[in-house]
Design a binder for this molecule. Structure first.
Ligand SMILES: [Zn+2]
Length: 302
């Protein structure tokens, strides 16, 4: 059975053929029955019960500045779902959206949201973030415009096309002889440890990125890599590729640049970390795939 991490598992059909149909998109956006996800400063509008507080399109567009970025997120059954971004210093729930909910930090509310709703918000958050940082053409410098329901930017000056980017990150749990290794990043408080991670570089396979990161950051030699699961990570737009890496038994040495401390754990100790009962080490947060990697290994499923 496929593992669905937090921020994956969107129920929407992305219906990419509809993205280019501007007439259809405009018509749906004018319908009072079309639900719209509102985001302000990267925060989704949610209800007190931590559900998406959908707005009608007219209400969302009235509350946003013009022109605002509008995304077609996909179809929920036959119903098109859009997202609109609000900008500016003033919280719209103190103004035109009073009584409609609250704008919440996604990290804080993600585990309270139903999984499918967290996934819908994650896609919108990553796309809005990309639009904010890609207003100008990287080829010629001209201002670009949003097309395809928000899934592309087009340059009217040189005709370059720009697509939302996803940055792959390998995140891996090193294991050897019945023990697993967790690390503490430079700057993390004492006792906070997690799996090791790093951005992939051009020209690397996933296995090669995993081996390089573990060699550079911990002085380890990888002998085998097993894929576990992946996770869209909307801070701002990564894809976490979760791996379990068998390594040759050797002292693990933190590089002092990225990692400050490394420590081996038996399954029993790792279980105590997950359960919150370890006397010194705190569990990786519940949002990320690191916790799933550790749990899978503890249960001997990895
Ligand atoms: Zn251009």
């Amino acid at each position: 059975m496929a593992i669905v991490n937090v921020f994956a598992g969107s129920p929407l059909d992305r219906a990419s053929v509809r993205r280019t149909d501007e007439g259809w998109l405009g018509e749906r956006l004018r319908s009072p029955r079309t639900p719209v996800v509102a985001m302000w400063e990267g925060k989704p509008l949610v209800t007190e019960e931590a559900r998406i507080a959908y707005l009608t399109a007219d209400r969302a567009l009235d509350a946003a500045e013009h022109p605002s970025t509008v995304l077609f997120l996909g179809l929920d059954g036959d119903t098109p779902v859009f997202a609109v971004e609000m900008t500016g210093a003033a919280d719209p729930t103190d103004g035109p959206l009073a009584g409609m909910g609250r704008f919440a930090e996604l990290r804080g509310v993600a585990l309270s949201l139903p999984g499918p709703e967290a996934a819908v918000i994650a896609a919108a958050k990553s796309l809005f973030d990309w639009h904010r940082r890609h207003g100008f053409c990287s080829a010629c410098g001209a201002a670009t415009r949003v097309v395809d329901g928000g899934w592309r930017r087009a340059c009217p000056s040189c005709d370059a096309e720009h697509f939302p980017r996803v940055d792959p990150v390998v995140i891996m749990l090193p294991v050897a002889n019945g023990r697993c290794l967790l690390g503490r990043n430079v700057g993390w408080p004492e006792g906070r440890m997690s799996a090791l991670a790093g951005f992939m570089e051009p020209g690397e396979s996933i296995e090669e990125a995993c081996a390089r990161e573990l060699r550079e950051e911990a002085g380890l030699v990888v002998t085998r890599v097993a894929y576990h699961s992946s996770q869209p990570w909307p801070f701002p737009s990564s894809l976490m590729i979760g791996l379990v890496a068998e390594v040759a038994e050797a002292p693990a040495t933190p590089d002092g640049v990225e990692l400050e401390e490394l420590r081996w754990f038996t399954r029993e100790e790792a279980r105590a970390v997950l359960d919150g009962h370890h006397p010194e080490v705190a569990t990786p947060g519940g949002l990320g795939v690191a916790r799933q990697l550790l749990a899978a290994w503890v249960e001997d499923a990895a």
